[in-house]
Design a binder for this molecule. Structure first.
Ligand SMILES: C[S@@+](CC[C@H](N)C(=O)[O-])C[C@H]1O[C@@H](n2cnc3c(N)ncnc32)[C@H](O)[C@@H]1O
Length: 350
């Protein structure tokens, strides 16, 4: 039995487990604790905007749904679902232990959302969410909220190009900026699928942590709105550094992917005022990085390429800004930064 937030959970895994999800019933992964804390802040935020019907669509132990119900409001109606019979039984036990009211279901995610409608759906599969994303739009009202996990980070970040093309219909790149490109491919895929169903999509928080990508966002039905969000789907290419748009000559082209904002400032402000130190620290970077849509550079890789020492990131950013360029820290990596300066200029400041 473990405790997380206000929930007490029977689980099959020990607390010290690190890494991606193991495929076993009632699996509890402590690496996701941070995200489940973020999810509580997100759900509180959307509750204040009127969301009441919530779905924990791939629940394992039921921890997300149980925490939402216990930590936000009794007023929320929560459905907790898992396709595995064993997980379903563990969820029944956990819901009872926590004394909450919840509907517990044992269905395939896509079947469930084809017959019930929600204000908020959480999709947290093992590996890639891509086959389940088209189902989500059937299960949402005209306006709604979603959160989606992806643990196929290597695929999205260009290690397995063909798999990325197959799953997300987009070309990744394995180089500086790869993780951001991967996350943006996932966002672009969500926006493109949303468009098929005449829904718009707006990311509210998109991040990489440990072995996963996680996206929180809002959706709304309407052709014009859908077209507006599709206008944020495009390409990045490398020509003396990162550029946005189309190029006939560039050898390195990534996309289709999301070229718009990764986050919504109003929600990031909520994360910034969290008492959780780690969330607060990440929120500062979320706020800073979103001023520049181009993918990040890595100072370690540049230093190696030009055979020099890695400068202090603070000093490098300061230098770029002093010369009139935009420059920012990013949450993607400790030695990563974003700028609109060209690659030759960037190298000249090392
Ligand atoms: C990564 S785990 C979920 C972890 C959980 N949300 C948490 O935060 O601890 C994925 C779960 O999805 C379930 N699952 C896989 N395919 C599914 C499907 N098509 N429909 C519903 N549940 C599914 C698995 O049985 C597994 O319990």
């Amino acid at each position: 039995m473990i405790e997380e937030g206000k929930a007490k959970i029977f689980t099959v895994i020990n607390k010290d487990y690190k890494g991606p999800g193991k495929k076993s019933a009632g699996f509890y992964n402590p690496t996701w604790h941070l995200d489940r804390d973020i999810q509580i802040l997100f759900c509180r935020h959307i509750y204040q905007q009127g969301a009441r019907k919530f779905l924990d669509g791939m629940a394992a132990t039921g921890i997300r749904g149980i925490r939402i119900k216990k930590e936000i409001s009794k007023d929320i109606s929560i459905d907790i679902n898992d396709v595995s019979k064993k997980s379903y039984e563990i969820i029944l036990k956990n819901v009872k232990e926590n004394g909450i009211e919840a509907t517990i279901l044992n269905e395939k995610f896509c079947n469930l959302v084809s017959r019930k409608k929600y204000d908020y759906i959480d999709l947290d599969p093992y590996g890639s969410p891509s086959p389940y994303i088209p189902c989500i739009f059937e299960g949402l009202k005209k306006k709604g909220f979603i959160s989606i996990s992806a643990t196929d980070v290597a695929t999205l970040s260009g290690v397995f190009k063909k798999t990325c093309m197959r799953r997300y219909l987009a070309n990744p790149l394995k180089m500086q900026g790869a993780k951001e490109i991967g996350l943006r491919i996932l966002l672009g895929y969500i926006a493109r699928i949303a468009g098929i169903f005449d829904y718009s999509f707006k990311p509210m928080l998109s991040y990489h942590y440990a072995h996963y990508f996680r996206v929180y966002g809002s959706i709304e039905k309407g052709v014009k709105k859908a077209e507006k969000s599709l206008a944020c789907v495009g390409q990045f290419y490398w020509e003396n550094g990162w550029k946005i748009g189309k190029s006939l000559n560039a050898k390195k082209i990534a996309g289709p992917l999301w070229t718009g904002k990764l986050h919504d400032k109003n929600f990031i402000k909520i994360l910034e005022s969290s008492e959780n130190k780690k969330i607060k620290e990440m929120a500062k970077k979320f706020m800073e990085e979103d001023a520049i849509s181009l993918p990040y550079y890595e100072s370690g890789k540049i230093a190696k390429e030009i055979k020099t020492r890695q400068p202090s990131l603070d000093k490098l950013i300061e230098k770029l800004r002093r010369h009139g360029w935009e420059a920012a820290r990013t949450h993607f990596a400790g030695n990563a930064f974003k700028t609109n300066a060209g690659y030759d200029e960037i190298k000249s400041y090392f």
